[in-house]
Design a protein around this ligand. Sequence first.
Ligand code: HEM
Length: 415
Amino acid sequence: MLRPKAEKLDLDGRPDLKDPDLYMRGEHHEIFRELRAQEPVYWNPEIDSTGFWAITRYDDIERISKNPNLFSSAKHMGGHRIFNEHEIAENQTDATMISMDPPEHAAYRRMITPGFVPKRVSNMEARIRARVTRLLDNLPKTGEAEFVSAVAAALPIEVLAELFGVPESDGPKLFEWSNATVGEDDPELRVSDDYMRQCIMEMAGYAAGLWQQRVEAPGDDLISMLVHSKIEGEALTFPAFIGTFILLVVAGNETTRNSISGGLLALSEHPAERRKLLDNPSLIPSAVQEIVRWVSPVLHMRRTATEDTEIRGQRIRRGDKVVMWYASANRDEEKWAEPDRFDVTRYANSQTPTQLGFGAGQHFCLGSRLAELQLRVLFEELLKRFPDIEVAGPVRRLRSNFISGIKEMPVRYSV
Ligand code: HEM
C-alpha cells in the first residue's frame, strides 16, 4: 500500500480533522477554537485505522513533544504521520531520525547537525541574498507574476541544491518528488499510484548516484556528511541514507515555500502590518516568527502512547495515536492576547511565547535557523524592491491535512 489517502468520514456533525478539505477551505481555525474550548483532547475516529486523539492546546503539545519515552515517534509504533508508517510500502527504507526515539534518534541527528550549525547557516546569508535578488530581478516586467513558482518554491529548492552540493538544474526534480511525497490527498500532485511508484524509483536512483559520487569524491555538503558518517562505529546503511535524503527533500522544501507564500498573503491582507515593516525593517525577524505562527506550515505531527496515561484527565491507552495540531497550538488563547490577529511586532517583545511551528523537544526542527534566514532575507529584499507587491487573484491551496500549502498565488507589483 502507498501512503493512504484520507477517507471521508461522516461524524454526525462532529469535525473530522483528517478531512483535507477543511484545510483547503480554511475552516480549521474555527473548528480548533471550539475544540480548544470544549474538547481539547478530542477522539477522532478513522474509517481505515484505529482513530486518534487530537490535541489542540499549546501546553499539552509542548509536554507531549518533550516526553518521547511516553509519546513515541518510532516507526515501528506508527511513526510521525497519522497513517502507520510501518504499514506503508513506499516507506520500506530504514526509519529516519524523525521516526526514531532516544537514544537512537540522537545518534542520527548528530550525523547531520554539523550541516545546520549557526555559523554554517549564517555563512549562507550572502549567497541566499544573491539568489533572492536574482529571483526578484527575473520577475516579469509586466508587473504581474505567479509568486509560488517564481519565488516561494524556487528559493528553498535552490538552497536545498546548495546543501546537497547538486546542480541547480536538478531543482525541478527535487520539487516534483517533494510534492508527490506529501501530496497524497491532492489529485493534482498524486496523479496516480503508478506515478508515485515512479517518483520513488527515481528518487532512489538519484540518491544512489549521489551516494556513489560522494564515496569517490567527498565534498563539504550534506550528502557527503551522510555517506561518510558512522552510527556507533558503523557506516550508514544505504536504505537509511535514502530515507534521510527523502526526509530532507520534503522537510526543507514544502515548509519554507509555504511560509514565504503564506507570509506574503498575510502581509497583503494586513496592509497596516506591511506598513510597519516598510517603516521599520528591523521588525522583519519578529515578522518571521509571526509568519510561522500564523501559517503553521506543518499542521500536525503524531506520536503513539507507549503506556497507559492521561492527558487533561482523559485516559489514553498504550498504542493510541496522539496527534499534535500545531496549527491550533499557535492560536491558543491561553498563550497569546488576540491570537487571531496577525501582528508583525508580536515577537519584538521577548516575553512573547515561542511559536510551536517548528515543533518542540528532541525533534525540534533541525532546519529552523536556515528557514528563518531564508524568510528574513526574502522579506527584506522583497519589501525593499516591491513595497506594494500584493496578491492579485484567487489563491489555490494544497489539499492536505499535513501541510498548509499554497500551490498558486498571482501577485501584482509596480515596476
Ligand atoms: C518554516 C519552515 C519549517 C517548518 C515550519 C518546519 C517544521 C518542522 C517541525 C514541526 C518539525 C518537528 C517534527 C516532530 O516533532 O515530529 C521539524 C523537524 C525537522 N525539520 Fe523542519 N521545518 C521547516 C524547515 C526546515 C528546513 C529548511 C529543513 C532542512 C533543510 C528542515 C529539516 C527538518 C528535519 C531534518 C527535522 C527532523 C528533526 C528530528 O527528527 O530530530 N526543516 N520541522
